[in-house]
Design a protein around this ligand. Structure first.
Ligand code: SF4
Length: 434
């Protein structure tokens, strides 16, 4: 794609589902509480699978093409982009909330967006070449066949029923759809409870909050027998197979570590294929140690920050601390396992100098293997307000942060998904095809 020679134009919504460009204003981006011009080289075409959102009660900020001054677009409501997985947003949408009754925005990411030559643009980078969640790769007929086949094969398995009815058919979870297509990463939710209280939890939101969780939490505790029954055949038959504990439709899997340990031991009696991964808040390093002894291959610890005070302000942990999640990463590396962070990227917080220094220290202290640069799905004003951030420190820019980390730690992999064992033990850059 040819690099843009000028900034794209700002877009606005008429409040009736129609979006227009405003050729009197160039689009800008947001980091923290501030608006910034976006370097033209940072803009890419909105990738397939991306969406555009109207931001009710909010006016977009742009640069006047005549005066070069920043001002609001009074023609309609602000517009943002939801960029698809495998891409990291470099700037959020810049807007000013003008309606005191403006609703809190739901749990999606709000990346800046612009219009140029009949095309939508976003400031983002493709950070992952794995294609497992490309929307064009999901064949509904194949999914339906898989649903029928697996529900018939496991008629009494509550977990397969949950993955079919809730995850695949209701939430359209890409991991569940891949499972029913018999390929790649298979999700294994297991925990109805959690020991954290994340402000932007996607599986549980307190009654008093205006927003709702995007999935409902699992309501039962699966047995090891239920887990083993469908995961062993998946590891045996799927291409690039991964079994992943810790999904968006549950609480914290480490609260179910005994069941998971029993499952891993039994799975490995039947097959040595594939990777067994856990997505977790990393709160219980001793449990992680027991899972590594049982045969866990990789861990992904979620975090909004490498700084204790920012982490704890968001996660609001019960009976654990930031130091515990660091320890869990170290434990997996001690066993030679693959250790990733699920790093919630929020321009203006992720790219401060303080965060950069803390991230460097985290990588050094844990011998981290991978950073999954994930877009933070949260209302920016709501998030900053809830964690008490009134102003952000000196900013580097997300792109420069990634470049500096890569320069200093070239062995630390960048991506968006948990890698299969073929990438962990073999050629990390192997090519994927549908
Ligand atoms: S750790 Fe996960 S399940 Fe627990 S509160 Fe946070 S987002 Fe929700």
């Amino acid at each position: 794609m040819a690099q843009l020679q000028q900034s794209p134009y700002l877009m606005y919504s008429d409040g009736e589902g129609n979006i227009f460009e405003d050729e009197t204003l160039y689009a800008v981006g947001r980091a923290g509480w501030d608006a910034f011009p976006i370097p033209t080289e940072d803009w890419i075409l909105l990738p397939t699978g991306g969406n555009l959102y109207e931001l009710p009660g909010r006016r977009g900020i742009g640069i006047d093409v005549q005066t070069g001054e920043m001002r609001l677009c009074e023609k309609g409501w602000a517009v943002a982009a939801f960029i698809p997985p495998a891409h990291t947003g470099l700037f959020m949408a810049a807007y000013e909330t003008v309606d005191p009754e403006a609703p809190t925005l739901p749990l999606f990411c709000y990346t800046a967006a612009g219009w140029h030559n009949n095309e939508f643009y976003v400031p983002a980078v493709r950070i992952e070449k794995d294609i497992r969640q490309e929307c064009g790769g999901f064949e509904q007929e194949q999914i339906d066949n898989g649903l029928g086949k697996f529900l018939e094969a496991y008629p009494h398995n509550r977990l397969v029923k949950h993955l079919a009815e809730n995850c695949c058919n209701t939430y359209h979870c890409p991991a569940a759809r891949n499972y029913f297509m018999g390929r790649w990463e298979c999700p294994v939710p297991s925990s109805p409870a959690c020991n954290a209280n994340c402000i932007g939890c996607i599986s549980f939101q307190p009654q008093e909050e205006e927003i709702v969780s995007t999935q409902d939490r699992l309501t039962f505790k699966p047995t090891a027998e239920e887990i083993i029954e469908f995961t062993v055949p998946h590891l045996e038959s799927a291409p690039f197979p991964i079994v992943s504990f810790g999904q968006g439709c549950e609480g914290e899997p480490l609260l179910m570590w005994e069941t998971i340990r029993k499952s891993i031991l039994e799975i490995r009696k039947h097959t040595s294929k594939g990777s067994i991964n856990i997505n977790t808040n990393g709160s219980k390093p001793a449990a992680v140690d027991a899972l590594c002894q049982a045969g866990l291959n990789s861990i992904r610890v979620s975090t909004n920050s490498a700084q204790k005070h920012i982490y704890e302000a968001y996660y609001r942990p019960n009976n654990y601390e930031f130091e515990d999640i660091v320890e869990s990463l170290k434990v997996v590396r001690k066993y030679g396992g693959w250790a990733s962070i699920n790093y919630f990227v929020f321009p203006g917080m992720t790219d401060t100098v303080e965060e950069y220094e803390a991230l460097r220290k985290l990588i050094q202290d844990t011998d981290l293997t991978m950073i999954q640069w994930r877009n933070f799905n949260i209302d920016p004003d709501w998030y900053l307000g809830k964690i008490g951030i009134v102003e952000t420190g000196e900013l580097m820019g997300v792109k420069q942060l990634q470049e500096l980390i890569h320069e200093e730690f070239p062995d630390v992999k960048f991506g968006y998904y948990n890698p299969p064992i073929e990438r962990i033990n073999g050629d990390y850059d192997l090519h994927f095809a549908h």
